[in-house]
Design a protein around this ligand. Structure first.
Ligand code: THU
Length: 161
């Protein structure tokens, strides 16, 4: 039997189509990207999380001379949120990036490892996390939940939990 998955998402051509709170979250992610440590890729990524207690947590990519040792902005932010507010669900993540070398004018999608890491928080708190992505300019795309970005992901149900 052939089956198909449809993944819903929204696309906006202008920032002003987002709520003020979401515009502010993207602006906070842009600020966070400026503190990225990315001397190797020169690609500065920022992530900003809005938590259910209205706290904002930010992260940015932290690179390393031993390349795989570095970490993406999203995981820096999510792990920090788990470390600082271990029982507070995450409502929204905004992700953006700019580069010293290329123009980033399409939305910046989280890598596969970050998707897997973010889903853990969605399931841990049993709360969908809205994902807002934008480049340094251009359109914005929004997903209702991280798991829409990673169909057939591995999770604790696969461990019999
Ligand atoms: N990067 C992120 O921080 N988040 C993403 O979603 C994609 C990639 C970082 C990793 C590396 O420091 C640089 O961007 C280039 O891959």
């Amino acid at each position: 039997m052939k089956k198909t998955i449809e993944i819903p998402y929204e696309e906006f051509s202008s920032l002003t189509e987002l709520s003020q709170q979401e515009q502010d979250l993207l602006a906070t992610a842009t600020e966070a990207a400026k503190n990225s440590y990315s001397p190797y890729s020169k690609f500065h990524v920022g992530a900003a999380l809005l938590l259910e207690n209205d706290e904002i947590i930010t992260g940015n990519n932290q690179e390393n001379a031993a390349y795989p040792t570095g970490l993406c902005a999203e995981r820096v932010a999510f792990f920090y949120s788990g470390a600082k507010f271990p029982n507070v669900p995450i409502k929204t993540v905004a992700i953006t990036a700019y580069s010293e070398e290329i123009s980033v004018n399409s939305p910046v999608p989280p890598c596969g490892d970050c998707r897997q890491a973010m889903i853990e928080y969605e399931e841990r708190y049993d709360k969908k996390i809205r994902v807002i992505m934008r480049g340094a300019s251009g359109k914005i795309i929004v997903f209702n939940q991280v798991s829409d970005l990673l169909p057939f992901h591995f999770d604790n149900s696969d461990l019999g939990m």
